[in-house]
Design a protein around this ligand. Sequence first.
Ligand code: SF4
Length: 218
Amino acid sequence: MDLFAEGDSRSKTERLGELEARAKECQACGLAKTRNRVVFGVGNPEAPLVLIGEGPGQNEDATGMPFVGKSGVLLDECLREQGITRKHIYICNVIRCRACVYQSGRLQNRPPTQEEVKACQPWLEQTLQIMQPAVILCLGSPSANAIIHRNFRMTSERGIWYESKYARFAMASWHPAYILRLEGEAYETARRELVRDIEEARKKVIQAKKEPQKTTLF
Ligand code: SF4
């Protein structure tokens, strides 16, 4: 069955649920062999704002939920400062299985390869096709590379709004895991910038609701 055939009258929740069930069986790249769980996404399928990170880490792989552990706590704190909870938004990742390498006697997180990102792209695209979000906030470079443009540079392009084929407005901010690696004033500055970018995304959602909708790729 074509999940996305024109005239599909099912709700976004139903369609996303069916997509998630299919993704949980995915064997399209080698990460299927080492994952414990497919981390599909969490939140409100009707949300106009989608946050997209890089990929699951150890905690996410263990729980099946994106952004848990320390980076999830930091993200939730920053969202709360703007009056946002996970019920208001949807959160997912560029890849849905943990990328890891066996090092020093244990599995350690590693960045996904281009092939893994490409293999997982259909799940991200279909998620966005169903949701049709007005605003996407990319967390970290891999997400910005997938959503905004391939050569995205976080240091010079963070906080700038772009038009994306996946949403009317897309912007990138720091990944919480990156912020957690900083110390002192650098940590405080990056954290403030993430909160400010979330605030900008919240305002953009309000702006998008007032403007007539443009035709999108989908
Ligand atoms: S990372 Fe994506 S493409 Fe690879 S097995 Fe997991 S769901 Fe499939």
